[in-house]
Design a protein around this ligand. Structure first.
Ligand code: NZQ
Ligand code: ZN
Length: 380
């Protein structure tokens, strides 16, 4: 195991009716800015629960943070927050609203353009923020990451701010999610685990077993989560799986990949494809292209998750990669770029962007422009 420091300060408040706890969780003297997406919170009653809980408190509302939050919109929220001297942020929504709010939290204490902070990559000088989660996928409710887009230049980059001080996870808020969002959320959760697990074997039995526990859970609940979206027990498992997949817990002391995510962000930036949907395509190309590098872990993954233990090692890896792609298909997601009408022009642009920024992603730091091209060509 490699050295590591683990410090996750987010208080998780889980279960039915927990939104009513808001007044106990936010100090009484705070001037709160509540941030929302495009309107789902108003339609499904979450807004009413939040406003009822905070009756008598000083709060302002900012609506309109998009899926794949844009700096263009977040600048307006920063301006409102500064004007109202806000000193606490409450994000009500999915990963996009929480991510956007992480940048607002830093932007409120920064004099320049928030995009500078995104380009810088991080800022821990922030106003405190918390969340009421309504879409399970990103883990943003219990990590310090955010991914921010700039629509005018079709760019999308990771930014690190602070962890939410608390996050309320009421699985009933997920009952109104469209099936495609659930499919994308399950895919995102699954790939978050693979990015931290499917690297080099023999680093930590404990991390492997935790990761495999989440993978098994996602595979088991997926049909029910897509079939009975109002089943509380199933949505609870889905919601907590997504949080635990990316809250620093399963990556202690082990190497990580993240190349699939970095390529996926480019597909979103260039085509607007939903985050989880990009991963369901790119991960297959990553596994096919880097199968030798990931040989030992692919065998372990195939045996422990898909029960593939017969045949030569190469045959087992072939079947493991096929079985993984079949899982994403079973969620109703595309697994090939061609299904989304994406081809050579996009591959060339992503290769150009990776070369221009000189990146080397992946656990072996070998995913540069040329490797990204090979991965994408393996997804056609
Ligand atoms: O905008 P509204 O009207 O609220 O609708 C949203 C949105 O259209 C809707 N929705 C959310 N909760 C709902 C609901 N509809 C009905 N009922 C509910 N309860 O769902 C749509 C998608 O929401 P979004 O927040 O975009 O989804 P998600 O949570 O998947 O977040 C995606 C963003 O997170 C980033 C992605 O890149 C993408 O920008 N990521 C953030 C990470 C992090 N912070 O650590 C890691 C991830 O890998 C990911 O990159
Ligand atoms: Zn993701």
């Amino acid at each position: 195991m490699n050295n590591f420091i683990y410090h996750n300060p987010t208080q998780l408040v889980f279960g039915k009716g927990q939104i009513a706890r808001l007044p106990k969780l936010i100090p009484a003297d705070k001037r709160i800015l509540i941030t929302f997406g495009g309107g789902s919170a108003r339609r499904n009653g979450v807004y009413d629960q939040v406003v009822r809980a905070l009756e008598g408190r000083t709060f302002f509302e900012f609506w309109g943070i998009e899926a794949n939050p844009s700096v263009e919109t977040l600048r307006k929220a920063v301006a409102l927050g500064k004007e109202q001297h806000v000193d606490f942020l409450l994000a009500v929504g999915g990963g996009s609203v929480i991510d956007g709010t992480k940048l607002i939290a830093a932007g409120l204490l920064y004099d320049g353009d928030p995009w500078d902070l995104v380009l810088r990559g991080s800022s821990s000088h922030t106003v405190p923020l918390a969340s009421v989660l309504t879409m399970a996928a990103t883990g943003s409710e219990m990590n310090n990451g955010a991914v921010i887009s700039r629509y005018e230049t079709r760019e999308k980059y990771a930014f690190y701010g602070n962890y939410p001080v608390f996050s309320i996870l009421d699985p009933e808020t997920l009952f109104t999610l469209p099936k495609r969002q659930i499919a994308c959320g399950l895919a995102d959760t699954f790939v978050h685990v693979l990015e931290q697990y499917l690297t080099t074997p023999g680093q930590s039995r404990l991390m492997d077993r935790w990761a495999e526990g989440i993978l098994h859970t996602v595979v088991e609940i997926a049909p029910k989560a897509l079939g009975e979206t109002r089943d509380y027990a199933t949505m609870s498992e889905y919601m907590l799986s997504a949080t635990l997949a990316l809250n620093d817990m399963i990556r202690m002391g082990v190497t990580q990949d993240w190349a699939t995510h970095m390529i996926g962000h480019e597909l979103t930036a260039l085509h607007g494809l939903t985050h989880g949907a990009t991963l369901a395509i790119v991960i297959n190309g990553t596994l096919r292209t880097l199968r030798d590098q990931k040989h030992g872990k692919l065998l372990q993954f195939g045996e422990r998750i898909w029960g593939i233990s017969e045949g030569s090692e190469e045959e087992r890896i072939d079947r493991t990669i096929e079985r993984t792609e079949a899982f994403f298909r079973s969620l109703g997601l595309s697994t090939r770029l061609s299904q989304e009408g994406i081809g050579e022009a996009t591959i060339a642009e992503i290769e150009r962007r990776f070369n221009a920024s000189g990146v080397h992603h992946g656990e072996a730091q070998n995913v540069d422009g040329a490797m990204a091209r090979r991965i994408l060509e393996a997804c056609l």
